[in-house]
Design a protein around this ligand. Sequence first.
Ligand code: CTP
Length: 403
Amino acid sequence: MSVLSNKRILLGVTGSIAAYKAADLASKLTQAGAQVDAILTDAAQKFVTPLTFQSVTGRRAYADSDLWGDEAHVLHVGLGHTADLLVIAPCTANTLAKLAHGQADSLLTVTALASTCPLLIAPAMDGGMYNHAATQENLDTLKKRGAYILEPSEGHLASGLSGKGRLPETPELIGRIRVILGRDGWLANRKVIVTAGGTQEPLDPVRVLTNKSSGKQGYALAQAALDAGAQVTLITTPTSLTPPVGAEVVHVQTAKQMLDAVLSQSSDAEVLIMAAAVADFRPKNAAQDKMKKESGVPQVELEGTEDILKAVAGRRSEMKRLKVVVGFAAESRDLLENAANKLESKRLDLIAANDISASDAGFSVETNRVTLLFADGRKEALPLMSKMDTAETMIERIAGLLE
Ligand code: CTP
């Protein structure tokens, strides 16, 4: 169950050219399981219509004409009280000013006054209007009252100018929404470190020794921890994936860099999840210059890398807050036996045993099938699931270990 499942989101849409992007947001939120009720201002309807939103949400969308309809006396209160979140995206300078001053002259602004849920505002306007002292003061007022403000992004504006005023893209908006909805989750205010991806060990300036890890399971764990309210640090090797919104990201390449990052981040963390596929061997002497084929086939001498989880185990007494350490066991044979040995030798609280010989689980694919082995002897075989579902289940179990 994602943090968006069955959540009631009120989406206020105002009269900015970016209103068309709000339809995509409504659609993606709906696809993720949220119930989205859109409220359009009169100006928004110059760009998009309630039908646009009804078509993508499958729910009625509201306009100012509803303010004077049959249910008018209760509509704004009903909408405002049942919502988990009110998002106003895009929010014009005009609506921002009305919100800051408690004006209630449209269904959206009257609903904003009546609502008791958190408010996320995504201003979108011309750069000059955004920077104007009036707009900035209104934003400050709303921030002081506890509203979440998603700063506009920089770039091309409808005016033809370039500046700060663009509505951020849908994934950024959804990422912020997830963080707000997850704020009181199982891991609220706990620092969680997740490592992800395959490390890269240089052979020369252009070549590396690496592995087939895509980083997908680690990124999914970082997202699931954020959804559960955690403060997440994602230590990642280069991947093609976009880090989840809200995570602090530390970029590393080699096993040694990952070790250093994990040790420095672990001093105040409560959970460490080592989902990364860390190299066990690296070239002993990486060439300074590119190896040339005229020089013949190189003989590469390898040396061992340090085991990060074992290094953490050796320093647990210094890591006062660290309560749960989780590893993965990527195995092509004797899965549970090898995983149980790693659980013990690396002094883990939980290990996810991963059969990498299966084509539908492990490296690179979208799904995973892991068996969880706990330090207290419990064993739980999870079915074949998406990596996100696997991550959510693991985060739930980790939260259980923290209690
Ligand atoms: N790991 C680590 N440091 C290493 C290698 C692995 O911390 N140098 C972590 C991985 O992130 C994973 C767990 O240890 O959580 C098990 O990794 P895996 O590759 O399955 O096992 P190894 O310990 O490397 O042993 P082997 O490759 O021989 O099976």
